[in-house]
Design a protein around this ligand. Sequence first.
Ligand code: AMP
Length: 715
Amino acid sequence: MDLTQDEVHRQSLADPEGFWGRQAEHLHWHKKPAAALTRTTKRLRTGETHAHWEWFPGGEISTCYNCVDRHVLAGHGDLPAILYDSPVTNTKQRITYQQLLDEVEVFAAVLREEGVKKGDVVLVYMPMVPAALIGILAINRLGAIHAVVFGGFAANALAQRIEASRPVAILTASCGIDGNKPPIPYRVFVEEAIRISSWKPPKTIVWQRDELPWRPIRKLEGQRKWQNLVKSARARGMRAACVPVKSTDPVYIIYTSGTTGLPKGVVREAGGHAVGLHLSISYLFGIHGPGDVMGCFSDIGWVVSHSYTLYGPLLAGATTVLYEGKPVGTPDASAFWRLVEEYKINSMFTAPTALRAIRKDDPDNSHIALIGQRGGLRSLRALFLAGERSEPAIITMYQDLLNKYAADNALVVDNWWSSESGSPISGIALAPHAAKNRRVGLEGHRPLGIKPGSAGKAMPGFDVRVVDDDGREVARGKMGNIVLAPPLAPTAFRTLWEDEDRFYRGYLKRFGGRWIDTGDAGWIDDSGYIHIMARSDDIINVAAHRLSTGALEQAITSHPLVTEACVVGLPDPLKGHLPFAFVITTTTPTTPNSSSPSPSSAAAAPPDDAQLFAELQTLVRTQVGPIATLGGMIRGTTSTTMSTTSTMMIPKTRSGKTLRRVLRELVENAVRGEVDKEVAVPSTVEDAGVVEVAREMVRRYFEGRKREGGVKARL
Ligand code: AMP
């Protein structure tokens, strides 16, 4: 039977009980669930009601057992589970399933001795080292709940999360290493965070690394040295067995990356998480089991890495590559391609911002070409991109490269999701391996084609709709708010940590409990492809026309000299707002994309600002429409000599998301003559200094504009 992604999706919505019930059978349950799904209505204290559902009620499961023990018992103990590669410490390590089981059993016993029990929260603040994955699995083994906080967050951001989750212990390391920078003293950050926090976790377990000199453990403050505890537990033969939890018990809390407001603690539930990820890693990512290798290059602090560095590949019994390095600079822009070659990675996952960084460093794609020409990328079946919108220019460029160098029919797959969804809401399910796909009951599935600029079609269990501000569905092709109809797929959240009210207010109230708001805006085309164009808050209203930042940035980045763009609304007395662009250009054309225009300037001397602006204006007017006429532009350039200042103009979160809101506020303040006014910068900002660089550029731009009486304003 040949099933398309559309048919699989239809089945999952028409008969969720049957569909997910079959998926659940692929896992080991300590107690089988009584049903796959039950649905009820929840009544809040305020009297408001909304749809409520439970996945796999009555079931009991241990995710750790399914990720580790199960594969050893099946005779796969000698297969590699984790391949650790750390150019920043010059270390490589191969950990088999048997070795992983041994480490996790012992460390779980350590945690138990340190007072961790089922249902407790343990906070993890770790670099990308095997101990982080072992620690997380050990927490899970005890039926406890992990809350991983991105390493390197400042002490106050960490303190906020400690207070919110009240952990009984913190796992950390003496330091993290961020590219070529000096080691970051994680342990000191933790100490400072505990000092600030009103909640004092009784224990802090420190993984000692060689990159920072040893500081004595402060035993009286509850600190313990990880390696010593393990040594002692091993000597005494201590090991811990898996403690199953109810399907609806939390396995983890993850705080959203926070481009807006205070971080929210998304709760992931045991049963749905395991079943949903087990399907997606195989169906969407094409990682089916032993012999398949996943390379998910994100940090364990983010949901992408929770799902596809750790849990997904291990649930499948495949191999995961744990990379402690950067896309560029460790040592250069060849890093990802070197990893694909060395570990024969089948599916690679990263954020578009990483590819943009590679493109800036290596505009000719010389690294990928060199490795590709010697056949080093033949194992690669797909390059997955998520985290923010991928402009078509970057998708087509990498698709062309995959066509040349990767496995037959390899795809670049933009997939859209969030911490809340736990797995992709949309994407293109990979060409399956028929025999392997049989394991998940989806034999004969055929992949759809990709459409650059679209994040693919809906994934099983996600009922995606586009609605207007009153919650009414809009016609195909029309832009609106992207919402989900309940119930959500099993990996997705059903509440926020100890904050049911905020869950309702944040996601359900806007549409009267009928839809779950994703906070994203976009459209679905006639063939069902989903286009995520902006955060709803980033929509620019020009003379009552709603323009998405994504469409404008797409037009601007189709210019061969533009490597990155960020568009925000410039207040305008006549039209409400005009699109205003921050653009980063390079001196070398970087988008050999046949659909791009070839402005005269690309071949000759680089255009000056006025010429570039005119060219971008033409692109925007032709690709989006005359209504989208740009109201101004600030330009930064990338060249070998200037790379630092130029790339520092667009602030990002630690997870690589553009902080449009910050640039928007700077522009709005400047228009009001208040450029020095403080802007709300989230604690997740990668480098707060960038905001100040942007502020200076905005100041200079608007001072110039004022001097010239608005005439040159359009530059
Ligand atoms: P987070 O919870 O930090 O993973 O952020 C989720 C948000 O990232 C989504 O709501 C989107 O705004 C954005 N996002 C993630 N993946 C994509 C994508 N493929 N295309 C467009 N936006 C994306």
